[in-house]
Design a protein around this ligand. Structure first.
Ligand SMILES: [Zn+2]
Length: 367
């Protein structure tokens, strides 16, 4: 930390020089500082989306979300315990851009052609599409310091996300518990020129990434996304070209809340299920659940099933050994079910691992 005087109001304050943009705690003016020349330049493209939430409301929203997911909403309050709630105003570079993609590939015919020549069942196809985004790039060096922030983009298309950036409008408007009111501002439009007071008590994290890197990353992310979209149009994608038009870039502090909770079943499952901490991320304007881990996921249930049926198989095996070999057949049945459940649970775990550590798209890797 070093002391500097603010170029706008002249008040002395402590600053971390590793931050790309510095903000005066007295007048909220933002500026860039060049340590070599000592030059200070006011930075005006700095905004903040006001935080309107507090711990009590975050807890209410998380409980409401859990209640809606639970098959018996009445017992949700007893079975789910909210453990920890924390909020932060995180800096993002928001890049407005339009990306145009032209692709070319081969599509398999529905009917097999009479001609048996190799490759004759494929016909060449081409097309193009254009989309505009307000793409958000986390301005922190470690995008994993906050849970869930590294993979916020959830496209409607069946595309495996391998990038940390996301389209701000669709991402920050999802997961709402309260219905939208008429004439309300969009998430992005609720931003104000940066002032500390708009964080409403949340700690404000510093911007550590420069705008050039943010632009480069946004372009790469959208092009990867568009490459993946192009592969959905045909069976063999041969070529895809992307042209990006950057319309603007702004630094925006965005309020996010992170809550952890545990699932503690009240029925017989509590003997079989070890409570694990689960995470939920909310945006701090309307409390939308942007990302959340489910209390008891399908894999857990399959795993429990495997354990229960394995126990049953053992009991019937012992009964079969003592009394009648008929029980052996029942034991065999439970043994098979248990084995299958364990196998499915294993596959689900592998699938999840693959989805969370996705590899780079093929074309990028091999070029
Ligand atoms: Zn100042």
């Amino acid at each position: 930390m070093h002391e500097l005087t603010c170029p706008a109001c002249g008040s002395p304050s402590q600053y971390n020089f590793r931050d790309y943009v510095l903000s005066c705690t007295f007048c909220s003016a933002s500026f860039r500082f060049d340590a070599e020349s000592g030059r200070k330049d006011l930075f005006t493209d700095h905004y903040i989306i006001p935080n309107t939430f507090d711990q009590v409301r975050v807890k209410e929203h998380v409980q409401e979300w859990l209640k809606r997911l639970h098959h018996k909403p009445g017992v949700a309050d007893k079975e789910f315990v909210v453990l920890d709630i924390r909020g932060e105003s995180i800096p993002f570079w928001v890049i407005s851009l339009e990306v145009h993609t032209a692709w070319k590939g081969l599509v398999q015919r529905n009917k097999r052609p009479t001609d048996s020549k190799l490759g004759s069942e494929f016909i060449p196809e081409s097309g193009n599409f254009r989309r505009t985004y307000r793409w958000a790039i986390n301005a922190r060096t470690n995008v994993c310091e906050n849970w869930g922030m590294a993979r916020l983009h959830e496209p409607k298309e069946p595309v495996g996300v391998t990038w940390d950036g996301f389209p701000m409008d669709s991402t920050c408007s999802r997961g709402r518990i309260t219905p939208a009111t008429e004439g309300e501002k969009s998430f992005y439009d609720s931003r104000e020129f940066f002032e500390f007071k708009y964080s409403n008590g949340l700690p404000i994290l510093g911007c550590q990434i420069d705008s050039d890197e943010a632009l480069r990353r946004a372009k790469t992310h959208v092009e990867w996304y568009h490459y993946n979209l192009a592969t959905l149009h045909c069976d063999y994608l041969l070529d895809s070209r992307h042209e990006s038009d950057i319309a603007g870039i702004q630094l925006v502090h965005v309020p996010f809340w992170h809550a952890t909770y545990a699932y503690r079943p009240t029925n017989f499952l509590r003997h079989l299920y070890r409570p694990v901490e689960k995470h939920v991320v909310l945006e701090g304007v309307r409390g939308g659940i942007i990302k959340g881990e489910l209390g008891l996921i399908h894999r857990d249930k399959v795993q429990i099933n495997a354990m229960v049926t394995a126990a049953a198989a053992l009991i019937f095996f012992i009964m079969g050994a003592i009394w009648s070999s008929m029980f052996m057949l029942v034991a065999l049945f439970f043994g098979v079910v248990s084995g299958m459940s364990a196998y499915i649970a294993m596959i689900k775990l592998e699938e999840r691992k693959r989805m969370t550590h996705l590899v780079t798209p093929h074309a990028v890797k091999t070029q």
